[in-house]
Design a protein. Sequence first.
Length: 397
Amino acid sequence: MSTVAGLGIVELVRDAGLSLRGLGKRSILALAGIVMGSASVIALINIGNNAAQEAEAIFQGMGVDTLLVRLPDVPGIGANLHVDSAGLRSIVPHLRSAAPIAQTGTEFVFKGRSLNATLVGSTAQLADAMGLELQVGRFLSDFDSRATYVVVGHQLAQVLAAEGSPLFVGDHLRLNDYLYQVIGILQDSADGLMAPVRASSSLIIPLAGMRRVDASAQVDEVIVRAMPDQDMNAFSVSVREALLSIVGPHDVDIMIARQMIEGMSHQNRTFSYLLMALAGVSLLSGGVGVMNVMLANVAQRRQEIGVRIALGARRRDIRYLFLLEALSLTAVGAVLGALLGGLCAWAYSSLSGWSFSLAASSLALGMGSTLLVGLFFGLYPAMAAARLQPVEALREE
């Protein structure tokens, strides 16, 4: 039989189990502290990880291959701005689509009902640049620049249907004394935080027709989408140079979705480290409980320790015995804490409406740190037991 410092492994495990069982409530209280500490580490890591994934998904909705260009707030710059994808493509390599945007608040009338909405003027490239999809009908085309056509957001269509006036392709609605024909209704989709317009609650018309509704409307933003797998920093430099040749000496502000995602990821990692530190404090408190229980165990078993040494047990045998007891206690706590922590993280994600994914690193970190804490806080009681003099231990009643 293999041995550990002269004692068989089976004997060590058996003795450790009998000793912990003999401690009764004290070992249960110490175990509860370890369970809560381990569960805190695993739950908080998973909650932070799921929160980071949820936040990144919002930004990913706009696409990592997209730029948002904000034109300078100078009167007249966007009034006659013409951004054509074909023209820009000849200047900017790897450009997929570019859509200028002018928007304003408006009131429209449909079947005698008046509603407020955001009116967006853009080109046929907007659907590709923003990843818009149609539920029914079609989107604007390059041949609709002067037509009185409108694409209606999904949320607006739902509001009209809820009020007893369902909207269909081919219907007409009135905008500033002009009748616009509905040619499409957008499919329901989440709006990314970086999206310049909330398409689901907007009316989208050809950019050239914006002056009919609002004489002061002008282009203030441009969405630019690159071909897949491009260096977005280099691509943004090319876009800036191309637009500066159009808007003149005024600079433009370019927001890159990938940079925002990376910044969000860095912020979430910092937040996760903070949660781990808080959970570590809870785990250390559990470790102190283990040390107290093991010290009480040593005091209670002084005579037993003296007898073992008198019968030939070496001091390191005693040290390994008590260290194994501490590790056994924390190992059970680590397993129970992993189950409880995973359950708590799942419950929190479900209540928050997040999609839950268990981070494998949380189990390794949570259970590993728990065992290290048990080893650290069990070392002192084990060494104290090994230093006992057999004559003094056997004298005690």
